[in-house]
Every structure is written in C-alpha cells, then in structure tokens.
Write a protein that binds this ligand. Sequence first.
Ligand code: AMP
Ligand code: MG
Length: 327
Amino acid sequence: MLGLGIESTAHTFSCAILEKKGKKGKILSDIRKIYRPPDGEGIHPREASRHHAENSSEVLSECLQKAGVKINDLDIISYAAGPGLGPCLRIGAVVARSLASYYKIPVYPVNHALGHIELGKMLTGAKDPLVLLVSGGHTMILAFLSKKWRVFGETLDITLGQLLDQIGRSAGFASPCGTKIEELAAKSTNYVNLPYVVKGNDVSFSGLLSATKQIIPKGLEDACFSLQETAFAMIGEATERALSFTGKKELLIVGGVAANKRLSEILQSVCKRHNCKFFVSPRQYAGDCGSQISWTGLLESSIKQGVPLEETFVRQSWRLDTVEVMY
Ligand code: AMP
Ligand code: MG
C-alpha cells in the first residue's frame, strides 16, 4: 500500500509518501517547507496559510519525485484534519480533496496528535507505551485503553512548545525557539528559582512564563537553563506519577520538544527508577511532518474505507481522546 500524507496544521506544510507492507512501514519521501515569522513574532494564521498555499505544489511534486511515485500509483491520500489553525488546515484539506476527487483515490482525515504517536511507535518499535506528547500544540501524557488514547495529565494553560517559543520571542529570537533555548541553557549551571506548578497530574506553565521573562535581563543563559530545569522537572514529575499509576513498561516521547536532549535525560532517569524502556522519536521526525499523517492513514485503511468528499472537513479543536482507534 502506498499512501500520501499531507500536514498543514500550523507552521509546516509537508507531503510524505510511505509504503506499508503488513505491519511494516517505509518512508519513501518526506518534504517540508516551514513558515518562519519575522524575529520576535509568532505564527500569523493568515500568513502561514498563504505560505502553505504558495508552497503546496512544489512540496507535492518534490515529494512524488523523490519517492519515484506517480499520483495514480497512490492507494490512499491522508491529510491532517485537526487540531490546528483553521486557515492552515484548510490548505491541506483542499489539496487532499482536489487530488482525491480528480484521481479517484480514497481520502482519510487524520488526527494530528495521533499522527505524532503512530509514527513514533512505528519508528521506535514501542508496543504499548505511556506517551508524552510535547509540541507547539500539545502537552499531554497518554495511554491507550479500550480503543482510545486516554489523557493521564496535560497542561492547564499553554503548551511546553508555546512556553519555550514565547520566551524565545521575548528575547528577540526567530520562532520556533526550542533549539536556541537548548543551546543557551547548555552554557549555564546557575539555577534561578522559578515557579514550579504541578496540580494533581496536570501542569501549568503561565506563571513560569511571566517569571522567566522577568529574569532574562539579569542573564539570558541562566534564564534558559532555569526555565528548562523547571519545566522539564514538572513534566518529569507528572510523567513519573502516570507511569506508576498505569504500570506501563514503556515510555515514548513524541512532538517537536522531544528533540531536546535535557528532557530526554530527565525522563530516562524516571524510566530507570521504574524499570521501564525509554523511547524517543528520532529528531528528524519528532516535529510536524507528512510521514505522521501518511502512516496513520495507512493504518486506518487496513480496517476502514476512506470518507466521502463532503466529509473531508477540518476540525480546529479535535481532541485526541475523542478519536476511536480500531486498527
Ligand atoms: P511541533 O509542533 O511538533 O512541530 O513542535 C514544534 C515545537 O518544538 C516548537 O515549540 C519548538 O520550539 C519545539 N522544539 C523544537 N526543537 C526543540 C528542542 N531542541 N528543544 C526544545 N523544544 C524544541
Ligand atoms: Mg505537532
């Protein structure tokens, strides 16, 4: 089975082609173009969607060319139908719908968060993990039970990715800022006290955001170091409690923030204490990409027909814990 996946939920427009043979998947191509707002500014949904519209045909043709595949060879087309920014989501949906209707190929709307998890599982070999999804759009601790990914902890306000990006932007960096903050944090070992807020098994980052902004003028590297140590320790505590509660023997981190080495170090030590295997999405596929969408669509196609064209809409606030996973 050959599947095209289209991702356009936020800053990234990406097309990927994967081949599924039995339970195995192979990435044939994964092409991305990322919308970069001016330094110090966040994503403007209209500008990001303009970026996606202008780049979609180039990304699609490069993706087909690299995979050595013609559109007619595709068995299915999948697109990220949500959650995400409405204007951005609509570009991916329009591309998917147009190709599907013209070439008569079955089309699959895919939940973006599920895409992060399924590709992470496929690439790492994790079977039944507790999942930590940390990205620009999500901060969630999840475990699979009775056909759904259930939430065992999440952010009560902004996501971990937003926290890092907002701090970075206030220091004048180009968004996304996680990598830059990681580099600066590695240059300090001077911890400055910051608010640490874990409520039950949920975390709250808004107080940490304001307090970190206040200490930036006293030393950017110390601020980045202290921010990472505080935020990652909070996530570590919530994850450890969920591991202990669910008794899972695998932990998988997915989402753009999974690229952070310090976060992995902290979670690896949590896993050691619980005799649990540690998996992290490969850096190249941790952030948003078409492969996540293509692979999830291919999994769904093993038990479900595609949807009629009139149902190829987008859902900006489509929560993962409402999705039934039947494959
Ligand atoms: P996604 O929404 O999955 O594409 O993830 C994007 C988020 O990942 C952004 O908030 C980035 O700042 C963040 N990110 C990317 N690389 C790193 C890193 N090395 N450390 C921390 N955060 C990162
Ligand atoms: Mg994402």
